[in-house]
Design a protein around this ligand. Structure first.
Ligand code: AGP
Length: 606
């Protein structure tokens, strides 16, 4: 997820662009840049690292002009370097882009054959070449953008300027947000509301398949065929901070609601529904020689690893051990040159996880990182990385990073299984087709937010909770308990439901709510038994069940439903209501939801 801005008007555009990018820094902050048009020339200023570095660069080398575009980056294709920073400039055309161009490699090959040369590793640079090619055929900037986008498969919010047409910005939107701020004799384009509020509170929210052409005379919105779209601006009455959170009260709630997009972005461009093919970067690991897999992580990422074990043993047919990084590194694990170690980390900076990977590399193992932050320490330590595309996760409690980690592990396991023949290619078709349905199913779970919020009102005063799950959902019981305890400070334990008789059932009484995960899978009859056990001892039950469930729902005190899905994808759906429940209980408790006490977003100490 990145942030883009564009400005035309009487003000110096550099200052407006920098202020706008500052307001969008939560969308990505590993590199940034601006391009400003002055006397028919585009001046670029770009820098790696926080936006402050770019501001210093502009201070050192000022750039004048009233028309410009800017970008703050969350790297998805190409490392965070100055060369990969946006805007990308080709033949006098500067482009900024948020999104993923799925077919950029084939387009790049086509352009290389035409003699194009590329300066970056990014997918976005394609756009500047395609637009430039169209302008050379005599098209206006807007027609050139329109023609260029017809070649693009993927998602984008983009903006472009050209030396051929000073004082004009053209923007377009497909699945990534793009907002036009309409001021008096000035206009601003942005990925999100915060960046426009200093200029105007009147905004037009572009829809998929719409473009906008901005000049000093004003702005025209059209569809991709050029038909004018008339939509009056809306008035935005948010404060800038409210706007950074997209109108949500906390980053955590915003990130919970970003999960459909984050999940879709993580598998986008990697799978072919019709054939079940999975395109991952070539790990030159002799997969057929691998005898053991370790999955190593901390906290929520460790819970993802526990789910991942099911995927790898089912699809890749190799024994998997999941370890807490802080335990793994001190227990002298059996590691050989035929061991594969998969580390999972949202931040890529967790000290214990980094130490574990360094140790196994020393012992000759192959290493893969599942990570959300490009160029983080873990991605540099591991031999290969599978990047989740959750975008920046600001709330300390991990939500969208967790569900995208599950997607990454699912795809890795399927890819390994299919590559080694451990799973038949035709079996992958159905598995991929079910995966692609998940974002919509997550949206259906998110639609239950109001019901879950009402549940929180009935339960937030309790002091202890137990979460029960079985099989692939046992890790989700652990995750749900962690979510609750880390943001509401209420004691909560996740337990394998089959363990109840071996101790925890002694805890059950009317003061101990029990959250029971009871999807309609092989363990469903056993979960009904757990529900009876708890009820017989006066416990209160919140059951998370599939839509249409009867038996569990009749017995529970409260019920949350999730859509049906294959057993291995159910954890993705079961995790969401537990995130929302923890969030609303914490809000009712009055804790600092985004920065809970004693915690940090990245535990860089052991
Ligand atoms: C999860 O909500 C917590 N913030 C914490 O357990 C976190 O998952 C853990 O510290 C690991 O962080 P990482 O994924 O960045 O390595």
């Amino acid at each position: 997820m990145c942030g883009i801005v564009g400005y035309i008007g009487p003000r110096e555009s550099a200052g407006v662009l920098l202020d706008g990018l500052k307001r969008l820094e939560y969308r990505g902050y590993d590199s940034s840049g601006i391009a400003v048009l002055k006397d028919g020339r585009v001046e670029l200023r770009r820098s790696v690292g926080k936006l402050e570095r770019l501001a210093q660069e502009v201070l050192k080398k000022p750039v004048e002009g009233n028309c410009g575009i800017g970008h703050t980056r969350w790297a998805t294709h190409g490392r965070p370097t100055e060369q990969n920073a946006h805007p990308h400039l080709e033949g006098g055309v500067a482009v900024v882009h948020n999104g993923i161009i799925e077919n950029y490699l084939s387009l790049k090959e086509e352009l290389l054959k035409e003699g194009a040369s590329f300066k970056s590793e990014t997918d976005t640079e394609i756009l500047s070449h395609l637009i430039c090619r169209e302008i050379k055929k005599g098209k206006s900037l807007e027609d050139a953008v329109r023609a260029a986008l017809k070649h693009i498969k993927g998602t984008y919010a983009m903006a472009a300027i050209s030396e051929n047409e000073p004082d004009k910005i053209v923007g377009a939107r497909m699945e990534c947000p793009l907002i036009l701020g309409v001021g008096k004799h000035e206009a601003i384009l942005s990925s999100d509301i915060p960046a426009i509020l200093d200029i105007t509170r009147h905004a037009v929210f572009l829809k998929d398949g719409e473009m906008v052409t901005i000049t000093k005379e004003g702005a025209i919105v059209t569809d991709f065929d050029g038909a004018v779209v008339k939509r009056p601006p809306a008035f935005i009455d948010w404060t800038p901070l409210m706007a950074e959170k997209g109108g949500y009260r906390h980053f955590m709630l915003k990130e919970i609601n970003e999960q459909p997009r984050a999940i879709a972005d993580t598998f986008r461009g990697l799978v072919v529904e019709e054939t079940g093919e999975i395109f991952l970067n070539k790990f030159n690991i002799p997969l057929k020689e691998i005898e053991r897999v370790y999955i190593v992580a901390c906290g929520t990422s460790w819970h993802a690893g526990l789910v991942g074990k099911f995927f790898f043993e089912e699809f890749f047919k190799i024994p998997v051990e999941v370890d807490l990084a802080s335990e793994f590194r001190y227990r002298n694990p059996l590691v050989t040159k035929k061991t594969l170690v998969i580390s999972i980390s949202q931040s890529g900076e967790t000290a214990d996880t980094l130490a574990a990977i360094r140790e196994v590399k020393r012992r000759g193992a192959y290493t893969i990182a599942v990570c959300n932050v490009m160029e983080s320490s873990l991605t540099r330590e591991a031999d290969w990385s599978f990047m989740t595309h959750a975008g920046p996760e600001i709330g300390v409690a991990s939500t969208k990073a967790f569900t995208t980690q599950l997607i990454a592990l699912y795809l890795l396991a399927l890819y390994f299984g299919r590559t080694t023949g451990a799973i038949a290619a035709e079996a992958c078709v159905g598995l991929i087709q079910e995966l692609v349905k998940i974002p919509k199913k997550v949206e259906k779970v998110l639609d239950q937010a109001a019901l879950i919020e009402s549940l929180a009102k009935r339960y937030f005063h309790f002091r202890d909770f137990i979460y029960l799950g079985r099989g692939v959902n046992y890790p989700i019981a652990l995750e749900g308990a962690l979510k609750l305890k880390e943001i509401s400070y209420i004691h909560a334990e996740g337990y394998a439901a089959g363990e109840m008789k071996h101790g925890p059932i002694a805890l059950i009484d009317e003061d101990m709510p029990v959250v029971i995960l009871a999807p309609r899978d092989l363990s469903y009859p056993k979960m009904l038994g757990n529900i009876e056990e708890v009820k017989a001892r006066g416990g209160r039950i919140i059951a998370v069940v599939n839509e249409g469930d009867i038996e569990a729902s009749q017995r529970a005190d409260d019920v949350i439903t999730v859509p049906e899905a294959p057993a291995f994808l159910m954890p993705l759906l079961m995790a969401i209501p537990l995130q929302i429940l923890a969030y609303h209980i914490a809000v009712l408790k009055g804790t600092d939801v985004d920065q809970p006490r004693n915690l940090a977003k990245s535990v860089t100490v052991e």
